[in-house]
Design a protein around this ligand. Structure first.
Ligand SMILES: Cc1ncc(COP(=O)(O)O)c(C=O)c1O
Length: 190
């Protein structure tokens, strides 16, 4: 999976946890503003194809933690579509800009991602942990929609307490997105 040389180390860590190994992450050169170079990304994808390898995903960053660099998201989406790769946008740090009319255009193209991660305990001024993982297609989560008598009994659901199975990667843990929803409903976006 190509990802910016300036991307967060969690990309390598995730690849290692998946059993792909850290070397499965191909670092892509960045420009003087620490944004992934589109030419270098295209070359990395081409090299994968030449070697008969499948470029599984492009991991773009919307706001690196140290400098706030934002990769060219729209171009990344075009390349992901052309090479059949998933586009993940790590907006853990920069995602808070989406709350601002002035700053949101910096994240132009994020709406084209297959998945986006947001940490609103960073620029969203929420308590830790306030992480969200969003996917474009709800079918992506279909396999999470399990039923277990002890977790989602019918009478709970009838009483209006739906379980999060199918909506969250977690089972019994609290839903981090809940505090964000409460803040937005209580205080609004501004
Ligand atoms: C850009 C970026 N990606 C990923 C992470 C890791 O996120 P988390 O702490 O939610 O695992 C961070 C910060 O921690 C980050 O700043």
């Amino acid at each position: 999976s190509p990802s910016s040389a300036a991307a967060h180390f969690s990309v390598q860590r995730a690849a290692a946890l998946l059993g792909l190994g850290e070397d499965a992450v191909i670092p892509v050169a960045v420009d003087s503003q620490l944004r992934m170079k589109t030419g270098a990304l295209t070359a990395a994808l081409e090299r994968c194809v030449e070697r008969g390898q499948l470029p599984v995903a492009i991991v773009a960053t919307a706001g690196t933690t140290d400098t706030g660099a934002i990769d060219p998201l729209r171009e990344c989406a075009e390349l992901a579509a052309r090479y059949g790769a998933w586009l993940h946008v790590d907006a853990a740090y920069g995602g808070g800009a989406l709350l601002s009319d002035r700053l949101a255009p910096l994240l132009d193209g994020i709406e084209l991602a297959d998945s986006v991660s947001l940490d609103w305990h960073k620029l969203g001024w929420q308590p830790a942990a306030a992480g969200i993982f969003l996917v474009r297609k709800s079918e992506t989560y279909a396999s999470l929609a399990r039923r277990a008598v002890y977790l989602n009994p019918a009478d709970d659901e009838e009483a209006g307490y739906p379980s999060l199975l199918g909506l969250s990667l977690r089972t019994t843990r609290r839903a981090d997105a809940f505090k964000i929803a409460v803040t937005l409903r209580t205080l609004g976006r501004e």
